[in-house]
Ligand binder design. Structure first.
Ligand code: 1CP
Length: 359
């Protein structure tokens, strides 16, 4: 397999608004699809490989991380790989005490809540990205022309884990900090933007073809708070990767995704994204109305349909394709990650269906 031949990727063409160099809308050879959390517990081969190794240690083992990244591509024939890592990896690489507790999620040794806590955050040395670089190089060497998508957590989502010290439902800690101590919030979100931006940049420099910034929990914010206390930091994270080249020489498309973000969808784009990932709550035609027809979209098959009878799921997938047809480009995905209990055969069948529908 040869690397660096991603310019004819149907997925990258959709991310770039399907335009050819002459400005005409290119017809992709097939309709591209990948799934958030396509690697992970829904795959028996993943569970086998992960046995005995902690989540974050797996991410920092280049051989293991690369193999896990490739598993869903082999199994499902998806049009992109997403790098197997986690949004808290830059924290671990900086020396912050963090673990992924099975059944819980990211847990920090000490939550970051005061100005002194933020001031004591360590510096992240670029040399720490070495295992990421090696894992990406191994992965792209095997992927050939299938693009690898890098990612990072957006400053709000990352800072939410840092303030709470663990997953939370309403993210009251970080939202309260914005108002009670805006300077400390700004310093913390600025630190998070720096490490996340550099994590994405390291992945693109190592050979990833696109990058996605996950602001999974941005939906817990009101529009004003998002605009004032979050958007500038997400823009700072994107500034590290704006204009960075993909393997094909053109700049790497940047995707921004969050859940519950219908009311701030236009703001997600202004943070610096080329493509907006839409969660399952918003009809894609409405997303296009809010963003303009020149914005490529990603999404938004509702994961709740994955356990329905096939005709119900098929009808839903066709509806999503139809709803996305007014956008400049459309990459099929779920409206959030693959639930761990998903039958992988269903995902493979969804990919087959999407590829069978004439683009
Ligand atoms: O295929 C892939 O997408 C795998 C790569 C990947 C990505 C993109 C993982 C591996 N994590 C992430 C991003 C990530 N991590 C996000 C943003 C995406 C999203 O909203 O789902 C978030 C919020 C996290 C934090 C995190 N890590 C959680 C969520 C906890 C909560 O607050 O509810 C969890 C459970 C993890 C652990 C994790 N990360 C990845 C996997 C496969 C797992 C599960 C580990 C396991 O049990 O095997």
């Amino acid at each position: 397999l040869v690397r660096g031949l991603t310019s004819d990727s149907a997925l990258l063409n959709q991310y770039r608004g399907s335009r050819t160099s002459t400005g005409a809308v290119a017809k992709p050879e097939r309709r591209p699809v990948w799934f958030m959390r396509q690697a992970g517990r829904s795959l028996p081969e993943y569970r086998r490989l992960r046995e005995g190794t902690s989540m974050l240690d797996s991410c920092l083992n280049p051989e293991l991380a690369s193999e896990i990244t490739l598993q869903p591509v082999r199994r499902h024939d998806v049009d992109a790989a997403i790098f197997f890592s986690d949004i808290v990896i830059p924290l671990r690489l900086a020396g912050v005490g963090v673990e992924i507790k099975p059944g819980v999620g990211p847990v920090l040794d000490s939550p970051v809540r005061t100005a002194a806590d933020v001031a004591a955050l360590p510096e992240l040395d670029d040399a720490a990205f070495a295992p990421i670089t090696e894992a990406i190089q191994r992965t792209t060497a095997e992927l050939g022309r299938i693009p690898l998508i890098g990612f990072a957590g957006a400053p709000f989502t990352l800072a939410a884990y840092m303030v709470e010290g663990r997953p939370s439902r309403d993210h009251l800690g970080p939202r309260a900090m914005m108002h009670a101590d805006p300077d400390t919030w700004s310093a913390l979100a600025g630190w998070a933007a720096d490490v996340s931006g550099r994590f994405m940049r390291a992945q693109l420099m190592a050979g990833a073809s696109a990058a996605q910034l996950f602001d999974s929990w941005a939906g817990s914010l009101g529009r004003n708070d998002y605009q004032r206390h979050v958007l500038p930091h997400s823009a700072a994270a994107f500034s590290h990767v704006s204009g960075v080249g993909a393997a094909d020489g053109a700049s790497a498309p940047l995707v921004h995704f969050g859940t519950g973000t219908s009311e701030v969808l236009d703001l997600l784009k202004t943070a610096g994204a080329d493509v907006v990932g839409v969660d399952y709550r918003l009809h894609l035609a409405e997303a296009t109305r809010r963003l303009g027809a020149d914005t490529p979209l990603q999404g938004n098959i509702d994961p709740a349909f994955l356990t329905a009878d096939w005709p119900v799921l098929e009808a839903h997938v066709r509806e999503v394709i139809d709803a996305g047809s007014g956008a400049a480009g459309h990459v099929l995905n779920l409206g959030h990650g693959v639930p761990p209990e998903t039958d992988p055969a269903v995902l493979t069948r969804v990919v087959e269906l999407i590829h069978s529908i004439d683009p």
